[in-house]
Design a protein around this ligand. Structure first.
Ligand SMILES: Nc1nc2c(ncn2[C@@H]2O[C@H](COP(=O)(O)OP(=O)(O)OP(=O)(O)O)[C@@H](O)[C@H]2O)c(=O)[nH]1
Ligand SMILES: [Mg+2]
Length: 460
């Protein structure tokens, strides 16, 4: 925490500008060693938070690396609450790399992934849930997921968690007072009633948050959608049609797709992570076999399966295998190639897969895709949670903590109802309080912190 860190904070590639960022006590001194201003000789003399024009000089050769603007931001009102310097140079790969090297040469250390944000957390500018929102914002794929992350960055989830923890703290205080008191006489019913009321409140609040988690996960990670079917039924045609571009190779040769193809698409604000797979069949081809295994593996991690069948040919063993695979899963069935003479009808499939949505499509002629997209929206929007206004739990880590906390408060509630000794109840309430604290980062171990921030990109 005491050394000064540096990293390239913009994406590497052709771009108008690139930014190298420094944070730490010595940021300004280090940047000053390689900066030559046209008007000022010392960066310290530049006005706080104002851009200064000049050049970055290679400390080894004394040659100009690039023409830049530089901003220094004095602690504590910065992203990390430390002295921060940002060097705005030309984009591309050379300038940012050379400037980073110069900065490292002059005494900074290369930042670890997420280290700027980690410092913001450790210095108390962001709590943990807010820090996690930063990476979600960067990765957001739709307006809605961005909105939800922004909401979390503003601290709305943290605020709710803090409220619940306060109620738990009140309970703990009450319990402690009563334990002292009860050495003289029995704990009265009023104490238990008061605790019960609060425990119910906590349980309700946790449940309300948990209800948003499934949809929240989809907003953050995308609806994991796998296209499944035997070879040549039109899976890759479907992918292309949803993406509205020729992403995957389509031919009339069965076994065209051998690997999995993954793309993101936005269907009216719903982020879809859509995966085209190798057609399911038994094959001696080594490469194709791996593809088929991969496809089956994908199915287990899917939120939604789109199972494609070719309605113009008789069902084969592979088709029945697919029917078995999707039976108990969230799946939509497409009877494709319906422009050709049909060998069976929808009713036949309704019997095979009762309760599943079955759509007749002709991907070739663009028929039925709109119904499919409508159905995907239905799946996402079914339920009662309004993601525009409610606090949404998008992060699996948060969800897991909430699940633990829910169990704790339920155990506590049981104990209260059974008039158990207060010190037994205290254990559950305390555990609930601690588990929720791991969301906001009030109670969290170094290991978990490392794990969270290592998931970030370098430079953030
Ligand atoms: N008539 C008709 N042909 C279609 C339709 N959809 C796809 N096809 C054709 O079916 C053939 C196979 O399409 P693909 O999209 O490559 O099928 P796939 O399921 O990805 O096949 P594999 O990658 O081999 O598993 C191509 O010739 C497509 O043009 C449709 O709705 N009607
Ligand atoms: Mg294919």
């Amino acid at each position: 925490m005491t050394d000064t860190i540096a990293a390239i904070s913009t994406a590497i590639g052709e771009a108008g500008i690139g930014i190298v960022r420094l944070s730490g006590k010595d940021s300004i001194e280090i940047a000053n060693k390689i900066f030559k201003g046209s008007k000022i000789d010392e960066l310290k003399k530049a006005e706080n938070r104002k851009l200064t024009y000049g050049h970055i000089i290679d400390p080894k050769t004394n040659e100009i690396i690039d023409e830049v603007l530089i901003a220094y931001m004095k602690e504590p009102y910065t992203y990390t609450r430390e002295n921060v310097v940002e060097i705005y140079c030309h984009g591309g790969i050379i300038s940012v790399r050379k400037i980073l090297e110069a900065v490292l040469e002059s005494g900074a250390r290369l930042a670890e992934p997420g280290e700027f944000t980690k410092r913001a957390f450790l210095n108390g500018r962001l709590d943990l849930a807010q820090s996690e929102a930063v990476i979600d914002l960067i990765r957001a794929k739709t307006d809605k997921s961005f909105q939800v992350s922004l909401n979390q960055l503003e601290g709305n989830l943290s605020k709710k968690i803090r409220e619940i923890r306060n109620t738990l703290l009140e309970m703990l205080a009450h319990i402690n007072a009563s334990i002292d008191f009860s050495e003289e006489e029995d704990v009265d019913d009023v104490t238990y009633m008061g605790l019960e009321e609060k425990a119910r409140l906590v349980k309700d609040e946790i449940e309300r948050l948990l209800k948003t988690a499934d949809r929240g996960k989809i907003l953050r990670d995308g609806l994991n959608t796998v296209i499944l079917g035997k070879p040549n039924v039109g899976k890759s045609s479907l992918l292309n049609s949803i993406l509205r571009e020729n992403r995957a190779i389509v031919t009339d040769i069965p076994g065209t797709t051998r690997d999995i193809i993954e793309e993101y698409v936005n269907i009216d604000g719903i982020p879809l992570r859509i995966i085209d797979t190798a057609g399911i069949r038994t094959t001696d081809d080594v490469v194709e076999k791996i593809g088929v295994d991969k496809a089956k593996d994908m199915v287990n991690r899917a939120d939604l399966i789109i199972a494609v069948f070719d309605v113009s040919s008789e069902l084969a063993d592979e088709d029945f295998e697919i029917v078995e695979i999707i039976k108990d899963k969230n799946a939509i069935v497409l009877l494709n190639k319906s422009d050709l003479p049909n060998k069976y009808d929808k009713d036949y499939f309704t019997e095979l897969l009762p309760g599943k949505k079955i759509i007749n499509t002709s991907i070739l002629e663009g028929v039925g895709i709109d119904i499919l997209e409508e159905e995907i929206k239905n799946i996402f929007y079914s339920g009662t949670v309004n993601i525009e206004s409610d606090i949404v739990v998008t992060n699996m880590r948060h969800k897991n903590q909430l699940v633990k906390a829910k169990k704790n408060i339920e155990d506590g509630l049981e104990g209260i109802k059974a008039n158990m000794p207060l010190d037994c109840i205290e254990v559950d309430i305390k555990a609930c309080w601690e588990n929720l604290g791991e969301i906001s980062g009030d109670t969290v171990s170094e290991d978990i912190l490392d794990k969270i921030f290592s998931d970030f990109c370098i430079g953030k």
